[in-house]
Design a protein around this ligand. Structure first.
Ligand code: GLU
Length: 465
């Protein structure tokens, strides 16, 4: 195992071939957190060499999602398509040292080989026909065929690494064939670009999804052929959706930015994603800073984590409750703006009054909207609470409130006066007033709610009984 010098350098290397979802962005969270926790550097690298499937909209979701979650890269984004010359340069170096060779085997020949191997119940693999060896006669080069370049994988020995998640992994070189590392047009292939980037970017820890475990021994052999230190690997188990399938866009996963639009807090999302495959004792709710203080690679889970929407909402509710009123107000202000509603200086206090009954910012904005816009009392609640019998008390309350100074204490004593005069219990009056003023009977304490409402609006809504 190679010894790594500080600083820790990690990377997130998404392929922009579809909207990035929660399962993908978790592969950014851990390398980001590890770099931050170690005082290291976090790099963003966009692996956009699949020209047919890569698109700018997917890049945008990656960049916006990471910005929203506060996972700012210290270096990058680097785009692989802009590094082609560099890959070709390194390829030429490998060629010069005899570690790659041209292979002229056609697709048809490869198919025949594969079928023969399958029929013999062997693992399909390239058979080394064009691999030069001392004393070996190679077939004659076909005319007009451009070769691929293959990497001379070692024939003997094993590739071993201590995976931070999966433990020790050993793969015999006999199981690995000679990988194509450049296409006939000279463009380098995926595994080669990844290694060149990880070398050039001096990556010390590769933290990525375990769908790449099979690439790792091949990549390690390329590192060695280039005479470079091999990074530490941590392969994260997959994230399953609520149905227990691998999370993917095809089966309904949402782009990560949709959670922003649905009113999730970035710190809540970081908290939730962190727990989806990592633990710190029994801690479920923690701040961004606590997460960064605690994060290590030794407590990553070994089994697949399952997404749970109800839990995410619960985590969000806990963060919402713990947020200060001013920050909530600034988020809610933006949501209100999108709804065409202007707010004012009452906003932080309104957010403070309602924050512990909301699980998203959008739900909070719904409550807040009642203070700034119109209200339509829920019909069933109106029928239940705003009865004929209560109308005289409501009329008296309008009278008392009209003459009342507009603060919580004065409003409370006006309500109390009405209760005494009408010999009513608090809920008998409070419920209809809530329905008329707030649209529903389930609200925080009435005096607090009314004090944050405009006096004129309260009086109008009560008169509409
Ligand atoms: N581009 C690869 C992906 O999106 C990740 C490669 C890596 O992390 O090495 O799955």
């Amino acid at each position: 195992m190679s010894v790594h010098k500080q600083p820790v350098r990690t990377r997130f290397a998404p392929s922009p071939t579809g909207f990035i979802h929660l399962g993908n962005i978790r592969s950014a969270l851990y390398p980001w957190a590890f770099a931050k926790a170690q005082g290291g550097i976090f790099i963003l690298r966009i692996e956009d060499t699949d020209l047919e499937r890569s698109n700018q909209a997917s890049v945008d979701v990656i960049l916006e999602g990471m910005a929203w979650l506060g996972m700012h890269p210290d270096e990058g984004p680097f785009y692989q398509m802009q590094r082609m010359d560099r890959y070709k340069h390194v390829l030429a170096e490998l060629q010069a040292t005899g570690q790659v060779y041209p292979c002229y085997m056609s697709i048809e020949e490869l198919d025949v080989l594969r079928e023969k191997q399958m029929a013999a119940k062997e693992k399909p693999r390239y058979d080394g026909t064009w691999r030069p060896e001392p004393g070996k006669a190679l077939p004659s080069i076909p005319v007009g065929v451009k070769p691929v370049l293959r990497f001379k994988n070692p024939l003997e020995g094993v590739v071993v690494w201590e995976d931070k998640v999966k433990g020790r992994i050993e793969i015999s070189n006999q199981e690995l064939d000679d990988l194509v590392i450049a296409r006939p047009d000279g463009t380098p292939t995926y595994n080669f670009c990844v290694v060149v980037d990880d070398i050039d970017m001096a990556i010390t820890h590769v933290i990525r999804g375990d769908d790449h475990v099979n690439n790792t021994p091949r990549q390690i052999n390329i590192f060695k052929a280039l005479g470079k230190d091999v990074p530490v690997y941590a392969h994260l188990p997959t994230v399953l959706n609520e149905q227990g399938e691998k999370m993917s866009k095809r089966n309904g996963a949402k782009p990560v930015t949709q959670y922003r639009d649905e009113g999730y807090l970035p710190d809540a999302m970081v908290n939730y994603l962190a727990r989806l495959g990592w633990s710190h004792g029994d801690d479920e709710i923690f701040s961004r800073q606590q997460f960064l203080d605690w994060f290590d690679l030794d407590h990553l889970g070994r089994s697949a984590a399952q997404f749970d929407d109800a839990k995410l909402r619960w985590v969000n509710a806990q963060h919402l409750k713990a947020s200060n009123d001013e920050s909530l107000a600034s988020w809610v202000k933006d949501i209100l703006k999108q709804r065409g509603i202007a707010s004012d200086e009452r906003l932080p206090a309104i957010c403070g009054l309602f924050k512990d009954r909301c699980d998203t910012l959008c739900v909070l904005a719904d409550w807040v909207s009642v203070f700034y816009g119109d209200v339509t009392p829920k019909a069933d609640e109106k029928a239940l609470h705003v009865t004929e019998a209560i109308r005289p008390a409501l009329a008296l309350l309008v009278e008392k409130l009209t003459a009342c100074a507009w603060d919580k204490v004065s409003i409370a004593s006006a309500i109390k006066e009405v209760l005494t005069i009408q010999t009513l219990k608090m809920p008998q009056l409070a419920m209809p007033v809530r329905v008329l003023v707030m649209g529903t009977a389930q609200t925080p304490s009435l005096d607090a709610v009314l004090a944050l409402c405009e006096k004129q609006k309260v009086l109008e809504r009560l008169k509409n009984a």
